[in-house]
Design a protein around this ligand. Structure first.
Ligand code: PLP
Length: 451
């Protein structure tokens, strides 16, 4: 057997062993990063056969792996991987397409065009919007906000290529509970800190406060709204905010890393009313859609605005117009469309809706079950996939998180929300079952009894 086939066979074996272990293994790792670094060893002088390297890698990494793809990981907002999308991701590596250019990698470019079209349709966004396949929602925010910055400057008669220093200031308005992945791209883009607008008790931007902030000064303006607060899971009031912002000629961007997926189901039609009127939307395929890491999606209504911010030109590049590189900050990159197409193709339209609704139903079951645990309070109105719990004072809540992670049945993160320590549950994995929810609630009850 040649060394490539042998390596792939060993990788396949180790992948199956890992995936088969998910139901029974503890969710947290058993060693820390420093110990893992020691286990991975020193660089040898000579070569090692590829198949043996697979065995060494799997053996070394095993104790440091977190069962993120299991149905009982509820930390951060981290989806798993649908079977078809894992398979497609393997093929993506084997095919090794550099998908920047239509004429060079037709399959890679077309799969992004087709799945981009499917996504825009599923999410109820304007037909013809451009979809850039980036690493995650942070880069999707960056990509969309770059198009926003350049467009609002252009409308003010200024070309960003002359440098920001000589142009009018660009004001960016955000809610007090936006995700930090909005602030970082603003710094990358030279826009500095945003103007912070107060939020309500759900963590959603107050439309009245945004209207006042919009009136406070003139000039190029961007408003960044949010679909899916990281703690409450709730949605900004899009219709009111977007019409107020558009009346001032502002560009409206929506960070919907996980919450934009609510748009696939009529269940959230009221909560998301008006969202399709925005100018750009950032979301992740690696969260709610359960595509393997990494895949974010930068969606921009005005195809030319995005291309004018992202496209690069070079004599050696065989450019066709409409190239994938016109929609992302990179020229060379992985073909992320293959795994996304496979996820969507395997679920079908109804499957995507069922997946999103199922995640939200599990979140509600968590809230109902948690309320029955003595001393536990559910802090948010569970409108989507996020649940925030407290167990009395901050110290006790912290002890519950520690006991839970030490026991290992499930992973829920500690956080702070509205000045209180919380246990945060994010239901994002396609494979979570009612049994996983039940087992995790039992573990939470044991941790609470201990803390
Ligand atoms: C609302 C929101 N925006 C942005 C991000 C950042 O996403 P990523 O980690 O894919 O860059 C997250 C991550 O959880 C999020 O919840």
């Amino acid at each position: 057997m040649d060394s490539r086939s042998a390596a792939l066979d060993r990788a396949h074996h180790h992948a199956k062993v890992w995936l088969d272990s998910l139901d029974s293994r503890p969710v947290p790792p058993s060693v820390d990063t420093d110990e893992m670094a020691r286990r991975l060893g020193e660089l040898p002088d000579g070569p090692t056969p590829a198949a043996e390297v697979m065995d060494l890698l799997a053996a070394a990494c095993e104790p440091g792996l977190v069962a993120i793809p299991s149905g009982r990981f509820f930390g951060m907002v981290v989806g798993g991987s649908l079977p078809a999308s894992i398979g497609a991701d393997w093929l993506t590596s084997a095919w090794d397409q550099n998908v920047g250019l239509r004429s060079v990698t037709p399959a890679g470019a077309a799969v992004e065009e087709v799945s981009g079209r499917w996504l825009v349709d599923l999410l109820g966004l304007p037909t013809g919007s451009a979809v850039g396949f980036v690493t995650g929602a942070t880069m999707a925010n960056f990509t969309c906000l770059a198009a926003a910055r350049d467009t609002v400057l252009r409308r003010a008669g200024y070309d960003v290529r002359a440098g920001l220093a000589g142009g009018p200031p660009v004001r960016v308005l955000v809610g007090a509970e936006r995700h930090p992945s909005v602030d970082l791209p603003l710094r990358f883009l030279g826009l500095g800190d945003p103007v912070v607008v107060p939020v309500d008790e759900r963590g959603c931007i107050r439309a009245d406060a945004l209207a006042v902030a919009l009136e406070a000064s003139e000039g190029p303006t961007i408003v960044a709204l949010q679909a899916g607060n990281i703690h409450s899971g709730d949605f900004d009031p899009f219709a009111e905010c977007i019409s107020a912002a558009h009346a001032r000629d502002a560009w409206v961007h929506v960070d919907g890393a996980f919450g934009l997926w609510a748009a696939v189901s009529p269940r959230w039609a009221d909560a998301l009313r008006g969202i399709a009127e925005a100018d750009s939307w950032a979301t992740d395929a690696h969260k709610t859609l359960n595509v393997p890491y990494d895949c974010g999606l930068a969606i921009v209504r005005d195809v030319d605005a995005l291309a004018s911010s992202m496209a690069m030109h070079g004599d050696y590049l065989i450019q066709a117009g409409g190239d994938p590189q016109e929609r992302t900050p990179e020229l060379s990159r992985r073909g992320r469309g293959f795994a996304t197409w496979a996820a969507l193709r395997s679920l079908g339209r109804e499957g995507v809706v069922a997946l999103v609704e199922r995640l939200a139903s599990h979140a509600r079951a968590f809230a109902d079950g948690a309320r029955a645990i003595p001393g536990c309070e559910v802090l948010n109105d569970v409108v989507f996939t996020q649940v925030c719990l407290t167990f009395g004072d901050d110290d006790r809540t912290g002890r519950v998180v520690d006991a839970l992670l030490a026991e290992g049945t499930t992973w829920m993160s500690g956080s702070r929300w509205h000045d209180r320590a919380i246990v945060r549950i994010s239901v994002s994995n396609w494979s979570t079952t009612e049994d996983d929810v039940g087992r995790s609630l039992e573990a939470l009850q044991r941790a609470a009894a201990q803390a």
